[in-house]
Design a protein around this ligand. Structure first.
Ligand SMILES: Cc1cc2nc3c(=O)[nH]c(=O)nc-3n(C[C@H](O)[C@H](O)[C@H](O)COP(=O)(O)OP(=O)(O)OC[C@H]3O[C@@H](n4cnc5c(N)ncnc54)[C@H](O)[C@@H]3O)c2cc1C
Ligand code: FES
Length: 283
């Protein structure tokens, strides 16, 4: 999907639009959730899987996924890990502060090909942020999809993102939701599973003819999860991945995010696995 100014928060690919922080809350000791709205009052115009380039004058710019669904109007949200310069400065900001946003950019989840399918949504760590946008979309458009299974793995109970959402999805009749952590320590108050997210796949009953799996997480998770999905009969034309690369322009001009002939910022970040499985360094 090529970007056109019509589709963007500002009239130019390169000029950030002012965006007000409505609320900020802690998700974990390292991640915060930002609720935002464009200063001109218009909707962001995103779909699940899109990202924006977030900028702060003097601190730079970074790509961040939209973590809320376009079906939730009046605001959009981002879950941001404190990773370095820009995200560190962003973590110091409060409700009422203004940041810059370019986008939304990239290729979103392929909703036309997901419609009518059973969805297996597997995420690890920060990957739950973009996945949350898709989960909320499915929640708000319940007739568009078949059964929906959510699997999430975090490093520890303290590192688990969107705990309230996970509890609500576990309680919801619309979803089957299971989560796990790599490890627990003595002081943790936690009642879920312990082990890698891959361990949640073997017990599942999956109809490979009806199912699409969507994976968002670190590359190491992809290799292990794809292996388990192959055992369930899912081909690479039935598996979707969202990739992260270092980015600059976000709009297919600078080449920073290249994966062989593809630009992650424009041809992705969402890919069908069979589009990229043979590209060097893709996974
Ligand atoms: C499409 C896309 C969506 C993303 N969505 C989110 C999100 O929803 N939430 C979130 O917290 N983060 C997300 N990220 C990662 C985020 O962009 C980086 O953490 C951010 O660029 C770091 O910027 P900084 O200025 O704070 O850190 P810097 O000071 O630039 O760097 C800190 C460290 O992070 C490394 N780094 C920078 N960019 C990346 C990257 N893309 N992948 C891995 N390492 C990187 C640097 O090499 C350095 O070691 C996303 C990245 C992409 C490409
Ligand atoms: S970030 Fe510039 S081409 Fe992708």
């Amino acid at each position: 999907m090529k970007q056109s100014p019509k589709h963007l928060a500002s009239a130019s690919l390169y000029r950030p639009a002012d965006c007000e922080i409505i609320a900020v809350c802690d998700l974990t000791p390292h991640e915060k959730l930002f609720r935002l709205r464009l200063a001109d009052g218009k909707p962001l115009g995103h779909l699940p899987g899109h990202f924006v380039q977030v900028s702060l004058l003097g601190w730079g710019e970074a790509p961040i996924s939209v973590a809320s669904s376009p079906t939730r109007s009046g605001y959009f949200e981002m879950g941001v890990r404190r990773a370095g310069t820009l995200t560190g400065a962003l973590h110091e900001m409060k409700a009422g502060d203004v940041i810059g946003i370019r986008g939304p950019f990239g290729k979103p989840f392929d909703l036309p090909r997901l419609r009518g399918k059973d969805l297996l949504l597997v995420s690890g760590g920060c990957g739950l942020a973009p996945m949350r946008s898709l989960i909320q979309y499915c929640e708000d458009q319940p007739r568009e999809f078949g059964s929906i299974t959510i699997l999430y793995g975090a490093k520890s109970p303290a590192d688990t993102l969107f705990k309230d959402d996970l509890a609500a999805w576990e309680a919801s009749a619309r979803f089957t939701c299971s989560r796990t952590v790599d490890r627990i320590t003595g002081g943790d108050c936690y009642s879920g599973g312990v082990g890698l997210v891959t361990a949640l796949i073997p017990p599942l009953e999956i109809d490979p003819g009806r199912t699409v799996a969507v994976l968002v997480g670190p590359p190491v998770m992809y290799r292990a999860v794809v292996e388990e999905l192959r055992k369930k009969g899912l081909g690479t034309d039935r598996i979707v991945v969202s990739l992260e690369r270092q980015m600059r322009c976000g709009v297919g001009k600078c080449g920073h995010c290249a994966i062989e002939h593809l630009y992650c910022c424009q041809d992705g970040p969402v890919f069908w696995l069979n589009e990229i499985e043979n590209l060097k360094g893709a996974l």
